[in-house]
Design a protein around this ligand. Sequence first.
Ligand SMILES: O=P(O)(O)OC[C@H](O)CO
Length: 235
Amino acid sequence: MIKPNHITLFRLFLIFIAFVSWYLVPPQYYLYIGVLFYIAFLLDAVDGWLARTKDLKTDFGKYFDPIVDYIGFLALYVISIEMGILPIWFVFLALTRDFLATFARQILNLNNIVIEANVIAKLKAVYIGYPLVGLYWYKLYGFSSQWLFIVIGLHILLEGRIFGYSDPLENRWNSIILCFTTIAVITLTTLRPASESLSDLTVLFILITQSLIWVSGIQYLWYAREYIIQSFDSN
Ligand SMILES: O=P(O)(O)OC[C@H](O)CO
């Protein structure tokens, strides 16, 4: 029987294959490296869905799943920096938040509390993974930014309906972010020709993801605040 942790482990394997391949294979195969990352992110929805619907949630999974996400994002951040898609400060901020979220988890764990990813953190994972693969393809192949956005936006909407976002709060936030992004992308792509809008799309990506990154990160720290203060002052 396939368990969520097996899928998470397989995602880690895919991420390593994709990352190492980027340095080893000729550029004509770069499209498929994006596909591997896309599948690894898609399987993130599948393992969570399996854990929730088949009652297979484990404490191990609650720690393992975010760490594999962090490794997947880091792999794509490194590639994006090498390709001039993302500025390096984006990665500093994203990793700082991830270290702080891990710190909050550790402090809570010292107090025998294991927490799941919060709603905004789950959405953050979705809004980093797929759009970043989209920006990667856009940079490589100059796909129409409008089409990429429509495909990825529909994917996020459908994924939410099929695999998760069953939580009404999660659904609501997903709809709000998608509406905002739709308006922003339509405005950007009608005000400027698509070929010049890459940096605008990157700015949009950074704005949306950094907001989700920090709102969700601060939620973890806020949740753990009493334990952090107690531990800080204790001998
Ligand atoms: O932000 P975190 O550390 O809770 O991670 C969230 C996960 O990546 C969601 O799958």
